[in-house]
Design a protein around this ligand. Structure first.
Ligand SMILES: [Zn+2]
Length: 141
């Protein structure tokens, strides 16, 4: 009974996202930056075949990647922040260390030309990022 309560509390507070070096829980220190594809190659990275990727990009300038985002996490062991490319599949989180290119794409360097809503969105996000002091990629030195 006691342990059941404890487990529920922890589950609601923390997602199962672990440091790739230590395997320990990490705390989120940023909001989620949604990922978009704005090039055929970006969709190809997602495992979409070339024909479908070309079709998708020809109908939309920016294709949102469902259930995928960029988020910064603090590891108490590493004493630094890691940026993760998080994907959520059926309630399970998959994380991998983000590349600088992907990070830039998610945090507002995407070309918003011809798409006002995305432009608005990224501007708002980069302002927030400044407040949160997470607008840099390399924390681990
Ligand atoms: Zn760590």
């Amino acid at each position: 009974m006691q342990s059941e309560k404890k487990r529920n509390r922890r589950r609601s507070k923390r997602r199962a996202i672990f440091c790739p070096y230590h395997g320990c829980y990490m705390d989120s220190v940023s909001q989620k930056f949604p990922l978009y594809a704005d090039k055929v190659e970006h969709l190809r990275e997602q495992g979409i075949n070339r024909i479908n990727a070309v079709l998708l990009m020809s109908s939309q300038t920016v294709v949102p990647l469902d259930g995928q985002w960029m988020e910064a996490f603090w590891c108490a062991e590493c004493q630094c922040v890691h940026w993760f490319h998080v994907s959520k599949l059926g309630g399970t989180y998959h994380v991998k260390l983000a590349s600088r290119e992907l990070w830039q794409r998610a945090t507002g360097v995407i070309n918003p030309e011809g798409n006002t809503s995305v432009g608005e969105f990224t501007r708002r996000h980069s302002r927030m990022a400044r407040y949160n002091q997470v607008n840099q990629f390399n924390f681990c030195g």
